[in-house]
Design a protein around this ligand. Structure first.
Ligand code: PMP
Ligand code: GLN
Length: 381
C-alpha cells in the first residue's frame, strides 16, 4: 500500500462527533454538539417540499440562487444598513464551516500567519494549517472571554494575513462590543490584514445587545469575508447551507475555490429560503426564543453544583465544576455521558494546546422537557 504523509498529523476526530457518538452509545441526553432537538418552522419545510414538487431540482447557479442572494442583500440592508451587491458579493455555500474553509483557502499562502482567538471552533486551525499557513493563537481572558487587544498588537507581524473573529462566540457565548470594533479598526488600518468574521450565530444574541456585524462597518468590510449559516439560525443544521459576504475582489477569489469544490448548493432549500427570508419575523423572533431557553436552563442549573458562566449569545453556555471535581474537563464530559446520561463538550477541546480551565459547554437549544430531564440528572452529580 502506498504510504501517505498526513497533511494534518495532529488532527483526530472532531469532539462533536466523539461526544455525539458517546451520547448515542449510552442513550444520554445530548447537550454536547450544537443542534436543536425541536422541529424547525413548518412553513420552511413546506416551502422546500413545494420547491421540489415545482421542479426546482437541477443545479442552481454557481454563486447561488439569485432570488435568495437578493433576499439576503435586502435583509442585511435592513439590519446593518449594508449596501451589498447580491450579484458580486454574496455566495451561497454548503454551510458556514465550508464558507470559512473556502475563504481561508482563497487567500492563504504557506508562511502566512492568522490570528485565532482561543477557545476556538475546532475547524479554524486545521483549515489554516492545511493551507500551509500558521495559526497564531491568543487566549481570550477566562472567564469573561474578552479580547485583549494589547496582546493582539504584540502578536501582529509582517506575515499576519488575517484575523479571525467569531461573535456571538462558540463556545463561550461572548459577543463583540463597539469597543472591540474600534480596537480592530486601529489594528488593521493601513495594513494588508484581512478579516474573517464568523457570524453564524448573528441572530442568537440576548438581553437586547445589538450584534456587531462587520457588515455595519464599510471600512472593515472592504477587507473581510463574513460567514453565515442558515442551519444555525433556522434550526436545520442538517441542511448544511450558509453564505459568505465579501467585497467583489475577495468574492472573485472565493468563488474560484468554491466552483471547483462544491460548485453549487442544494436548490430546493435555496428556493424555499428566498421566500422565507421575506418575513422579518423569521429572524427577529429568534433572539427572544433562544433567550428564554438560556434563562430557563440557568434557572434549572441553580439546583446543581455547577457554576454557570455568562452567555450573551450563541446557543451555548459554559459552566465550571470546581465544587464537583478536579478531573480534566474531557474526563468529566465522558463520565457525565456514561454515568449520568448527559453529554456536554469539554472546553479544552477548543484549545490547540488542550489548555484546561475545567469548564464544560452545554447547548441549551433544546425543548424545555429535554433541558428539565438533563438537569434532573445533573443535580445528582
Ligand atoms: N462557526 C461556528 C462557530 C459554529 O459553531 C458553526 C456551527 N457548526 C459554524 C461556523 C458552521 O456551521 P455550519 O457549517 O453547520 O453551517
Ligand atoms: N458548531 C457545532 C458545535 O459547536 C457543531 C458543528 C459540528 O458538529 N461540526 O457544537
Amino acid at each position: 500500500m502506498p504510504s501517505i504523509k498526513s497533511k494534518l498529523p495532529d488532527v483526530g476526530t472532531t469532539i462533536f462527533t466523539v461526544m455525539s457518538a458517546l451520547a448515542t452509545q449510552h442513550k444520554a441526553i445530548n447537550l454536547g454538539q450544537g443542534f436543536p432537538d425541536f422541529p424547525m418552522d413548518e412553513r420552511l419545510t413546506s416551502l422546500v417540499s413545494k420547491a421540489m414538487t415545482d421542479n426546482f431540482n437541477q443545479y442552481a447557479p454557481m454563486p447561488g440562487w439569485m432570488p435568495l442572494r437578493d433576499a439576503i442583500a435586502e435583509k442585511v440592508a435592513i439590519l446593518y444598513d449594508a449596501g451589498i451587491d447580491a450579484e458580486k458579493e454574496i455566495t451561497i455555500t454548503p454551510g458556514g464551516t465550508y464558507a470559512i474553509y473556502s475563504a481561508l483557502t482563497a487567500v492563504l499562502r504557506p508562511g502566512d500567519e492568522v490570528i485565532v482567538f482561543e477557545p476556538a471552533y475546532d475547524s479554524y486551525i486545521p483549515n489554516i494549517e492545511i493551507n500551509g499557513a500558521k495559526a497564531i493563537t491568543i487566549d481570550l481572558t477566562h472567564p469573561s472571554y474578552k479580547i485583549d487587544w494589547n496582546v493582539v498588537r504584540e502578536k501582529i507581524s509582517p506575515r499576519t494575513r488575517m484575523i479571525m473573529l467569531n461573535s456571538p462566540h462558540n463556545p463561550t457565548g461572548a459577543v463583540l462590543e463597539p469597543y472591540d470594533i474600534e480596537q480592530l479598526r486601529s489594528v488593521v488600518e493601513g495594513t494588508e490584514i484581512l478579516i474573517l468574521s464568523d457570524e453564524v450565530y448573528e441572530h442568537l444574541i440576548f438581553d437586547g445587545i445589538p450584534h456587531e456585524s462587520i457588515l455595519k462597518y464599510p471600512d472593515l468590510l472592504e477587507r473581510s469575508f463574513v460567514c453565515f449559516s442558515f442551519g444555525k439560525v433556522y434550526h436545520c443544521t442538517g441542511w448544511k447551507l450558509g453564505y459568505c459576504i465579501a467585497p467583489g475582489e475577495l468574492t472573485k477569489e472565493f468563488r474560484k475555490v468554491h466552483q471547483f469544490n462544491c460548485f453549487s448548493c442544494h436548490t430546493p432549500s435555496q428556493v424555499a429560503l428566498a421566500s422565507f427570508l421575506q418575513d422579518r419575523n423569521s429572524y427577529e423572533s429568534l433572539a427572544p426564543f433562544l433567550q428564554k431557553k438560556r434563562d430557563y436552563f440557568i434557572e434549572l442549573m441553580k439546583g446543581t453544583s455547577f457554576t454557570m458562566h455568562h452567555s450573551s449569545g450563541s446557543y451555548f453556555i459554559c459552566a465550571s465544576y470546581d465544587m464537583i471535581s478536579d478531573e480534566p474537563a474531557a474526563d468529566l464530559a465522558k463520565r457525565l455521558t456514561k454515568d449520568f446520561g448527559v453529554a456536554a463538550i469539554p472546553l479544552s477541546a477548543f484549545y490547540r494546546s488542550g489548555k484546561d480551565d475545567k469548564v464544560l459547554r452545554f447547548c441549551f437549544a433544546k425543548k424545555e422537557e429535554t433541558l428539565k430531564e438533563a438537569v434532573t440528572r445533573l443535580t445528582k452529580v
